[in-house]
Design a protein around this ligand. Structure first.
Ligand code: HEM
Length: 503
C-alpha cells in the first residue's frame, strides 16, 4: 500500500478512506481507532485542511490506498484530458445502480455519452426555464404564499429537493407533475424524494449487507434501504415500460417533441434500436437512475447553500435584488432570454458552490504508473514528483482546493465579487468537475437555479434567525460548515421568506 502511493505521508488506519466498511463505521471508536469515514474531507477542512497538497491514506486491514490531492495543479492533471487517470475499474456505484454514464471508463463511457449528450441543448435549457417558472408559480399558489406576509420553511432542503426533482422529472423524463401532486410524493411506504435521499446516504449499507440479511435481520436501517431501492427500481421499471409503449405507438411524423427529445427517451430508444450502440436493460436502469439523482440532489444542495448565504449576507442579497429589478423593471416574469443577463446571481451561485460544493471530492484511478508534481502548500512552488502506481486510487479534494488561500484569498468569506475582480484563477473551481468528465448538466442546473432564485427574490426577501449576539459568520459556521457532510450535504436549515414591500 505504501509503495502504491510512493510513501507519501498521511494516515495509516484499519479501513481505507473509500472502503465500504470505512464509509459505514463511525469516525472514532473511543480513542482506540481512527477511521477516515465518509466525511473525511469535510472533517479535515473544519480543522484547517490537510497538512500537505498531497497526502495518503493507507489501510492495514481493509480497503485500498488512496492519494489525496488538494491543489489546482494536481486537479488539472488528474481530471484533465490525458489517459493517465480514469474512473474506477471496480466502481461500487455500478454494482448498486447499474452501468451508467457517470461511472464507466473511457471506451464504454463514450457509448453512453453519445446517447445522452444530444438531449443537452438550448431547447432543453429553455424548457428548464419554462418549467421552473411553472413550478414556482404552482408552489406559490398551492402553498398559499400570496396570502401571507411571511412564510416559514422549517427544512429548506425539503422545499429545494422537491422543486429540483419535479424539474428534472419534467424536463429530462417528461414526467409532468404539479406541486400538489408532485412526483416527489410517489410511493407507498416512502416517497420517491425520501427514497432518493436514503439510497445515497445509506449506499454503503446496501454494498455490505448480503441480500438474505434484509429478510433475516429486523434492523430499521436495512429495511429502509431495501424499501428505498425497491420503490425506486419499481418506479423506474414502470416508467421505462410506459416510454417503450409510447415510442412504439408514437406517430413518427407528429410534432409531440417534448417527450421525444428527452434524455429518458434517448436512453430507452438506445435499448430498442439495437446495433453497436444499443443499451441493455441494466444500462437503461443505470442511466435512468443516475439522471434522476444527479439531476436533482446536486442542484438542491446548491440552492440550500445559496439561499442560506444570501439570507445571512443581506448586502449581497440586495445586489441580487437590484439586478432582478434592472432586468425585470416592470416586475414581469423572466424568460430564458434573460438567463445570461443574471450575472450577479451566477456569481453568487458559483461562490455558494465554492464554499459548499455539492460534490466535495472526485475519485479516479491511475491507468499506469503516473508522476504527479507536488506543490508546496504555502508557496505553490513545485517541490518534487511522486509516482502513483497503476491501479491506485486518487481523490481530488475539491473542497480543500476551494478553501486553499493560494487559489482563493480569504477563503472562508462569501464574496461573489471575487469572480469578476481578477483576484482568482477560475480554473481552481471544481464544482462541476473538469476535463472530459465534467458535468454534462451544468447549464441545466444553472438555468434552473437562476430562474428559481430570480423569481423567489423578486417577490420575497429571505432571512434566517441568528441566536442572540450571534454574527452571520458564527451562524454560518454553526449551522452550515460544522454540520456539512459528504453524503448528505448541509445539515437542517430553516429560513423565512418575507414579502417585499412593492408586492
Ligand atoms: C449544481 C448542480 C450540479 C453539480 C454540482 C454537479 C456536479 C457534477 C460533477 C462534479 C461531475 C463530475 C464527476 C466526476 O468528475 O467524477 C458531474 C458529472 C455529471 N453530471 Fe452533474 N452536477 C450538477 C447537475 C447535474 C444535472 C442537472 C445533471 C443532469 C440533468 C447532471 C448530470 C451529470 C452527468 C450525467 C455527469 C457525468 C458526465 C460524464 O462522466 O460524462 N448533473 N456533475
Amino acid at each position: 500500500g505504501l509503495k502504491a502511493v510512493d510513501y507519501i505521508s498521511g494516515i495509516r488506519c484499519a479501513f481505507g478512506a473509500r472502503s465500504s466498511l470505512g464509509l459505514l463505521l463511525p469516525t472514532r471508536l473511543k480513542s482506540f481507532f481512527y477511521n477516515p469515514g465518509p466525511n473525511y474531507v469535510w472533517e479535515k477542512q473544519r480543522t484547517g485542511g490537510f497538512e500537505e497538497d498531497i497526502v495518503s491514506v493507507v489501510p492495514w486491514l481493509h480497503g485500498s490506498p488512496v492519494a489525496i490531492v488538494s491543489s489546482m495543479e494536481a486537479m488539472q492533471q488528474v481530471l484533465g484530458y490525458s489517459d493517465d487517470f480514469d474512473k474506477l475499474t471496480r466502481e461500487p456505484g455500478t454494482a448498486l445502480f447499474g452501468t451508467n454514464v457517470v461511472t464507466l471508463q473511457k471506451e464504454a463511457w463514450k457509448k453512453h455519452r453519445r446517447v445522452v449528450h444530444p438531449a443537452f441543448s438550448n431547447k432543453l435549457y429553455s424548457l428548464v426555464w419554462k418549467e421552473s417558472m411553472r413550478m414556482f408559480r404552482d408552489m406559490v399558489d398551492t402553498e398559499g404564499w400570496d396570502k401571507k406576509q411571511s412564510v416559514d420553511i422549517p427544512l429548506l432542503s425539503n422545499l429545494t429537493s422537491k422543486f429540483t426533482l419535479n424539474i428534472v422529472a419534467s424536463c429530462a423524463f417528461d414526467f409532468r407533475s404539479t406541486w400538489s401532486d408532485s412526483i416527489a410524493s410517489v410511493g407507498n411506504e416512502m416517497t420517491l424524494q425520501e427514497c432518493l435521499k436514503t439510497v445515497i446516504g445509506d449506499a454503503p449499507v446496501r454494498i455490505l449487507a448480503p441480500k438474505w440479511a434484509y429478510y433475516v435481520f429486523p434492523f430499521g436501517a436495512l429495511r429502509r434501504v431495501d424499501t428505498a431501492f425497491s420503490t425506486i427500481f419499481g418506479f423506474m421499471r414502470a416508467q421505462i415500460a410506459l416510454r417503450r409503449e409510447k415510442i412504439v405507438s408514437e406517430d413518427v411524423t407528429s410534432e409531440d417533441t417534448q417527450g421525444k427529445n428527452t434524455i429518458f427517451n434517448n436512453i430507452v430508444k438506445a435499448n430498442m434500436d439495437g446495433g453497436k450502440f444499443a443499451f441493455d436493460e441494466e444500462e437503461v436502469i443505470g442511466n435512468t437512475f443516475i439522471m434522476l439523482f444527479a439531476g436533482h440532489e446536486t442542484t438542491a444542495r446548491t440552492l440550500n447553500s445559496l439561499l442560506s448565504l444570501l439570507a445571512l449576507y443581506q448586502d449581497e442579497q440586495d445586489k441580487v435584488y437590484q439586478e432582478i429589478k434592472r432586468i425585470l423593471p416592470d416586475g414581469r416574469d423572466s424568460t430564458f432570454e434573460d438567463f445570461e443577463s443574471f450575472t450577479q446571481i451566477r456569481k453568487c451561485i458559483q461562490e455558494a458552490m465554492r464554499l459548499y460544493p455539492p460534490i466535495g471530492a472526485l475519485l479516479r484511478e491511475a491507468m499506469h504508473d503516473v508522476q504527479i508534481g507536488v506543490t508546496n502548500k504555502i508557496t505553490g512552488e513545485k517541490e518534487r514528483t511522486v509516482v502513483i502506481k497503476k491501479g491506485t486510487q486518487i481523490l481530488v479534494n475539491v473542497l480543500g482546493i476551494h478553501y486553499n488561500p493560494r487559489h482563493f484569498p480569504d477563503p472562508e468569506t462569501f464574496k461573489p465579487s471575487r469572480w469578476d475582480d481578477g483576484s482568482i484563477d477560475p480554473d481552481a473551481f471544481g464544482g462541476f468537475g473538469q476535463g472530459p468528465r465534467a458535468c454534462i448538466g451544468r447549464k441545466f442546473s444553472l438555468a434552473e437555479a437562476t430562474c428559481f432564485v430570480a423569481m423567489l427574490l423578486r417577490d420575497w426577501r429571505v432571512e434566517v434567525d441568528l441566536a442572540e449576539g450571534e454574527s452571520p459568520q458564527q451562524w454560518q459556521r454553526r449551522v452550515m460548515t460544522d454540520k456539512a457532510t459528504g453524503p448528505r450535504g448541509l445539515g437542517p436549515i430553516s429560513v423565512r421568506f418575507v414579502k417585499r414591500k412593492s408586492q
